[in-house]
Design a protein. Sequence first.
Length: 309
Amino acid sequence: MSTRTIRPRRSTLAVPGSNPKMIDKARGLSVDALFLDLEDACAPNAKADGREIIVKSLNEGGFDDKIRTVRVNDWTTPWTYRDVVDVVEGAGANLDCIMLPKVQNAGQVHALDMLLTQIEKSVGLEVGRIGLEVQIETASGLIALDAIAQASPRIETLVFGPADFMASIHMKSLVVGEQPPGYDVGDAYHHILMSILMAARAHGKQAIDGPYLAIKDLDGLGRVAGRAAALGFDGKWVLHPSQVDVVNEVFNPGQDDYDHAENILDAYDWCTSEAGGSRGAAMLGDEMIDEASRKMALVISGKGRAAGM
Ligand code: GLV
Ligand code: MG
């Protein structure tokens, strides 16, 4: 189990790394995290400029306490090593994580971990501080999930990439995140989301849901984000400022649940302190509270406290 301190990531904003204007706009948004993209939102002939823009922007700062990530290109391209070397040598001290897309096996994570370690040693950065976010967005990535999730102590998140995943499994739909027409026997994403969540929880990582592309459909966004939040996911990507509030709200616990969680924790404290530690369970109204209730309450109260409730 990893011992890294992982900050809340209700919302993660995707920002094209080659667009200084959008990077500047991102600085002022109330997202928990953002990533500057050198992969799919950065055209092949804009990658070199993108690296320079990203280094300059990270070093200029202004991102408050947002988690700052850079998404590099995947290992099957010619760009990955240059993305990592340029960005980490140039701005490693002002960077929290590298995001690796289309991760297919644990070896791809090892390779990035080793490259990062060499750069950190070479330029005098604290070894191991830069974290990893790994995108699960191919059939092979899903099958290798367990090995991928424990491939490096740097890993902070497992991120579902619905668009690439739908392409990878030949899903008969073009509407990212929505149910494929004709599949009327349940949620077509349930197995994928649940698998990612299980691997994340088994190995102490955050589980993050990917983008919802219909940026004008805030109801649809709320519905899809709500499904991931209900399962236990920690957050979701946002692609546009209009999506930020919806996603932050969905991943906050409801006020009633938060108050209830705090009451459970108080009742359980009573068991272990005022009752002299002699009781394993207590009553809260009609409800029996025990150690398992305390664990569930800690999750909800932790999310609420992080959101300033
Ligand atoms: C994100 O990278 C996705 O493919 O959905
Ligand atoms: Mg993708």
